[in-house]
Design a protein around this ligand. Sequence first.
Ligand code: ADP
Ligand code: MG
Length: 714
Amino acid sequence: MTYAVASDKPAFVQEDLATPVQFLKGVGPSKAQVLEKVDVRTVEDLLLYFPREHQDRRVVLIHDAVPGQKMAFRCEVNAVDFLRSGKMLGQARARLSDGSAEFDAIWFKRLSFKYDVFSAVKRDVVPGRRILVYGAVEMGENGVELKVEDYEPSFAKATEGKEPERIVPVYPLTEGISNSWLRSLMSRVVPSSSAKMADPLPAALRQKQQLPEYAQALRSFHFPASWAERDKARERLAFDEFFLLELALAINRNERDQQPKGFSYGIHKNLLSPFRKKLGFDFTPAQTRVINEIFRDLQRPMPMNRLLQGDVGSGKTVVALSAALLAIENGLQVAFLAPTEILAEQHALSIARMFGNLPVATSLLTGSTPKPERKRILSNLRDQKIQLLIGTHAILNDDVSFQKLGLVIIDEQHRFGVRQRARLLAKAGQPDVLIMTATPIPRTLALTIYGDLDVSIIDGSPVGREPIKTFFSPETPALAQIEAELVQGRQAYVVFPLVEESESLSKKSGKIVQAATKEFERIQKRFPGYSVALLHGQMSSEEKKSAMDRFRSGAISVLVATPVIEVGIDVPNATRIAIYNPERFGLSQLHQLRGRVGRGPHSSACLLIHEADTVNEAGGDRLAIFCAVQDGFRLAEEDLKLRGPGEFIGEAQHGLPFFRVGDLIKDGLLVSRSREAARSLVAGELSLTLKEFAALNRVLQKRFGTKLQLSRVG
Ligand code: ADP
Ligand code: MG
């Protein structure tokens, strides 16, 4: 920086972006340790430690107070009173005036036996003194009042009109740092250091997008002079986040598109036609459209990377199998991956049934395939005596190799990690990839998580499917209803929300097994004439398989299960599912569970078990939406709003950058804009100077380990 700045703030002459925060005035080793906990090590990190919100602390008159808003007032204290407002809750109530009007300001605090929680208020809020108060304006019994969130005591004349009477940043905190401390540190660092941050966006792009300069945006986002300035800064910083991700995705996509897959397709129909004939139903228009999209991709020289989204029961499997048969017709091998052994088994069974006597050699490979059989399968794969391999992660093992792997189908992708996907792709040069997911993903999220994929959607379900009645019920009538179904020969699921931890956490899993077993015994007693079985994630694969087989064949009437049954289990004779503690599930997960019934001709229902007094408010609203809405996509949107993106991204999606400023719920438009900008940049539509391009590449490289090719710079 220039000396003009340095002479203003001599303590910062040496400071640059890489300076450890420890050396900043007012930080020191112990505060630096606290900052490290939130990944702030250097001045640059500090600049990028963004506020989670802003508060308007510009003083207004009491006369202009607006109920429902948060506002700041500069007042004189007229009187103060301390009351109890509950067993453990106390309040301080001060009468304040500012010449325009007067009102009550109230501090609520949880009382303590150990000390006086109001000691600071008693010290600072004294009749005759002046204070600055900030909080929520509300309509009370005696007119407008203020619920105090923060206050500044007895400020002297000298500070009047200065801090903090402006829009102030509110930072995410960790133990050991307070907002006012961080604010004051930021107010010293941001103005002097933000100009040193290189603007990653090329000027031409920034202007085209009508976004402010980077340094300006950084300053404004920490300390905006107005809400408009804050919004503009936020837009810029959020755009950057989305844009960098979309650019990385666009570059990957572009690179992929440079490498032909090395095999070609023709449409012969010697397998496809008999398959369709044997199905006994026609494809729905949505299925036909998606099959066409996939077939078009397959016939291109570059590999397909397509995400197939469709609600539970929308008929994705037959679509995927059509693609598989086309690949096989063309002399290629196909791998079909399922996330669990149960599902892989089930796919193997139903595929065998649907293929009938089509000349397609199919095998199943899972972790529990016996050694000799496994050996035979591996050798047959290498000799291309197997054309379709169905399986679990076991397919990813290093010793599994195909002679001519052309197509990879991944079912229920969100249970699969991105890393596993990469490992699979490494097996074959450039196979076509079709990923299926039954957890509908909201559009903005799909654009970011799966931004490098093309998306196909099957909307609606095959004709003649009734909605699954969904309602709350106490346990006793719910179980009675299940019994009535059993009497008619139907079957049912009873689900307990025992979270499946990873198998290595043996202590926890011991507890889960115990709890599941206890519930199981209780349910078993309730249905004495029927056979009841238990299914949980800690059982061996043989035990699971045996329970599923017997449930499928009807030998078992009631399956008591943990959420392992969430994905894909298909038993058309099951007509009731009872879910205990439904408030512990996400909407999308509940929707998956509900999809276990309603798969056959009988009318079905989903019973959310709760006793009248146990449903909490928030959970209740969420669940009411679930009862009313059958459409998985709408539920997914609701889930995103209510629970954030974690639900969708989950563990499997490690490595996905999370957004500090960008908000996947509010910023749908910004995501599309950034995606378009990224694609046009990759396509070389903007001509850039080398210099402009350098800052962008540095950030891209740092964050994603990828770069735009220099040859694309005009
Ligand atoms: P999902 O999308 O959940 O994987 P599936 O592919 O398992 O759905 O299909 C659910 C059921 O609907 C299966 O029994 C399947 O045979 C049947 N199905 C699929 N497509 C049609 C169709 N066009 N008409 C009638 N039934 C269909
Ligand atoms: Mg399925």
